[in-house]
Design a protein around this ligand. Sequence first.
Ligand code: SF4
Ligand code: SF4
Length: 368
Amino acid sequence: MAKKHWLFGEKRLAFGMMRLPMIEENGATQVDIQQTRQMVDLFMQAGFNYFDTAYGYLDKQSEHAVRECVAERYPRESFWLTNKLSSPYFETEAEILPLFEKQLKNCGVEYFDLYLMHALSRNYYSKMQACNAFEVVRRLKKEGCVRHIGFSFHDTAEMLDQILTEHPEMEFVQLQFNYLDMDDPKVQSRKCYEVCQKHDKPVLVMEPVRGGRLVNIPPNAGKLLDDLGQSRANYALRYVAGFDSVAMILSGMSNLEQMKDNINTMLCPKPLTQKELAAMDEVVRILRGEGAVDCTGCEYCLPECPKNIPIPDVFTFMNERLRKSNAPKPNFAKDQGKPEDCIACNRCQKVCPQHLPISRLMQKAKTL
Ligand code: SF4
Ligand code: SF4
């Protein structure tokens, strides 16, 4: 009999709305609402119904896309909607509720099914404590404005153990969890997963494809997976689906093709075979040896940069140069800074969930 996973049962694919298709319109980059609606419809028709957003995603456009593509088109009880309390957008306890009200309004809903304290690390945990945020979200749950509370996490397993010990009322944890990060010393996916099991908390998975890094792999690694006959994302999703405590798997899909592929995989995710697992081990070995910048393209750093440097684009370029010596430099827009404009203020590093040494990497990017 199929396993029941916490609240969600067998339907464990979530539509992460932070990498939606984008188009240029009236001189601005905007969410492609038409394509996003098609993706939402396909997703709902296939029996999935979990959406994930946050205030800052896509330059604050994601919540509005949720309203236009989901909330205004489907009965509220027919879908799950998760939102987050993000540290960069409040400084005091008094600012939390107005932010929450704004999030409800942006999304066009009256409650969130899940509400997460966003991207907890040692620093953000201290800030949430100082602003009494745990108490505020507990109250929101009591009042019915949110149904379940938890947090997403980017730090060590030890830190996670401390938070879950101090806050047993947290119902779940959202972890960066994929086959590349499993034993990564910074991300500590496996150890963090084990801490969740110790505290009996379900795990929601983010970055199962590691921001596309497990799809955009070097040709020799790609051939290993492609020869097995499924898409590269298919192996990444089936890998995380094989863990008992994984209750939901978020995928930040950017077009209809990705949506179709992920749906096909997650309607009935088959366990990986020994042959597939061996190929994936080899992919990890190749990726680890490549020395690429481990940026997931989450864009959390962008609002922090006083020089408006498109940091993830710079890292994409650096990674492309690793594979191809003549990979073209990014086309920086007039209002964007370049790596040489970096003043090493390190504001970006404070919010980077991957703890990347961004200013040092900018120095390197200048020389390429
Ligand atoms: S360290 Fe450089 S890249 Fe980072 S926020 Fe400061 S100026 Fe921008
Ligand atoms: S540098 Fe860090 S914060 Fe910025 S996009 Fe990459 S992973 Fe995200």
